[in-house]
Design a protein around this ligand. Structure first.
Ligand code: ADP
Ligand code: PHD
Length: 473
């Protein structure tokens, strides 16, 4: 396949909130370069308010609307998100004309969505129409608001600084045409001259298959990778707040981490599994198949090439990153379990029913423990249902964390052994530890309150000088 000369570049929510700091470093507004397509996420925290908090599960507009919590709860939540979107735009826009225009845009979108939801509720009060049947579309409508807003504001800001930027709204707002994702993208980009226009594209794209339904949170990377693949980009670039580093700089200190520099898609998938979202797994697949190299950069350090992700194999056993995830341990203990089938299947069915993701699991003769990534209220529902199904069993839920050491090839590093030793020396109790046969990661389950400490201990152990030297050798 012949690739174009352009790049497709994504800006994540955290960096979007600092947009005004990116004008020169990233957009080179004093001497703009074109042949770049930008795909933007909503400003940081906005999608959490529109839908639900990604980590805590705290209800946003969608969750209030779907669960019909209190009478006016979703209205209040929508006004709250409008307020936050307003603050985000006032933070980046200086010019009064831009501010006024952005306020009008925001009001039109928010009030449009509000009327639509009120009409839907009214329609569904008749009984022939079920609100539950429209939840998917409602979720899509709400998510699109975040990216439409951020892309609009970005375009305004760039135009004010002399860049020929163009707002590309793929969110399907007031558009009654039915399109699959590819058609939506092609339609949005069809008349743009990339050599003289900087396209600022919404990370949300409305399509018949449903971007949220298929990919859920982190969807803007899917739009980004599809655009890169369809336009045959030279390179796909994700701009982040930090370099992709050996651990979260906020946890172990920016001065203690090192940039990955080069890694492969296998590692990127493990990071996604641990909630790190180096890149959405589906996005990685699209880029890999289209043979487009992916680069993850620090948006604020434009001259640094960042980290290249490709299919390269590791040459030596090297630990590349320590990352972790807060989980709940759901334990089912039943004395009579030995020799009886069905306990595991019943638990899995309930986890599926309540849409709970399993990160890890351990079993013995009479106990099954699932380590899951889900908000506590949903885990409690499984605990309750399991208790009802097996009245003589003991079911309990504990707050844990899984800390994982990840690398393209960990062979020869004795990660489990050394990790357990280091954690013991630091006084951390390890609840369980395991490694799969493919040696790309080793996981340690610890109590939730030992999460931060465990990350630091394992980072010190595996990212030390000796490891650096081994890598250089
Ligand atoms: N290994 C890591 N390297 C870099 N950042 C990390 C790492 N692990 C966690 N993070 C955290 O991820 C956060 C989100 O970063 P970023 O990807 O820019 O956000 P967004 O999802 O909004 O694009 C950062 O603030 C950083 O603290
Ligand atoms: N804003 C959306 C889409 C996204 O990809 O965001 P981010 O790039 O900030 O992870 C979300 O939170 O799911």
């Amino acid at each position: 396949m012949t690739h174009g000369t352009h790049t497709v570049e994504k800006i994540g929510g955290t960096s979007m909130s600092r947009l005004s700091e990116l004008l020169e470093p990233l957009f080179h507004v004093s001497d703009p370069k074109y042949d770049r397509i930008f795909v933007v996420s909503a400003f940081g925290g906005i999608t959490d308010l529109l839908l639900e908090h990604k980590k805590t599960g705290e209800a946003g507009v969608f969750a209030h609307f779907a669960d019909e919590t209190e009478e006016h709860a979703w209205h209040t939540a929508l006004s709250k998100v409008e307020q936050s979107m307003r603050e985000a735009q006032e933070n980046v826009l200086d010019h009064p004309a831009d501010r006024a225009e952005a306020r009008d845009f925001l009001r039109e979108r928010i009030e449009g969505a509000r009327s639509c939801l009120i009409d839907l509720q009214r329609l569904c009060s008749y009984g022939h129409f079920r609100l539950s049947e429209h939840m998917g579309k409602t979720r899509e409508l709400l998510s699109g608001l975040g990216e439409a807003h951020s892309a609009f504001v970005t375009t305004q800001l760039l135009r004010r600084h002399g860049v020929n930027a163009r707002f590309v709204d793929l969110s399907g707002w007031r558009d009654d045409r039915e399109m699959i994702l590819q058609e939506r993208i092609e339609d949005g980009l069809s008349d743009i001259d990339f050599s003289s226009e900087l396209a600022i594209v919404t990370g949300y794209a409305q399509c018949t298959e449903g971007l949220m339904a298929e990919f859920d949170r982190g969807y803007s990377e899917v739009t980004f990778s599809q655009i890169a693949a369809l336009t045959k980009a030279r390179e796909a670039i994700i701009h982040k707040e930090f370099h992709l580093s050996s651990a979260d700089p906020k946890m172990v200190g920016a001065e203690n981490v090192r940039k990955l520099g080069h890694t492969n898609y296998d590692v990127a998938d493990q990071l996604a599994n641990m909630g790190m979202e180096a890149i959405h797994p589906t996005a990685a697949k699209a880029l890999r198949q289209a043979e487009i190299p992916l680069r993850v950069t620090n948006a604020f350090e434009p001259t640094d090439p960042g980290t290249l992700i490709d299919e390269a194999e590791a040459e030596a056993g090297v630990a590349e990153m320590v990352t972790g995830l807060e989980t709940y341990a759901l334990e089912l203990f039943e004395q009579d379990m030995v020799g009886v089938k069905g306990y595991d299947a019943a638990t899995l069915e309930l986890l599926k029913k309540h849409d709970i993701r399993i990160v890890s699991k351990a079993t013995n003769a009479n106990t099954i423990t699932h380590y899951v990534d889900a908000p506590l209220n949903r885990v409690r529902k499984v605990e309750y249902d399991l208790g009802k199904k097996y009245p003589s069993a003991h079911v309990n839920v504990r707050a844990t964390a899984i800390v994982s050491v990840i690398g393209r090839d960990l062979r020869g590093l004795h990660v489990l052994e050394r990790g357990l030793g280091a954690l013991r020396e630091a006084g951390v109790d390890v609840i369980s530890a395991h490694q799969t046969t493919r040696t790309v990661d080793a996981q340690f389950v610890v109590r939730r309150d030992a999460f931060d400490q465990s990350i630091k201990v394992l980072h010190d152990t595996f990212m030390d000088k000796a490891n650096e030297d081994q890598k250089a050798a």
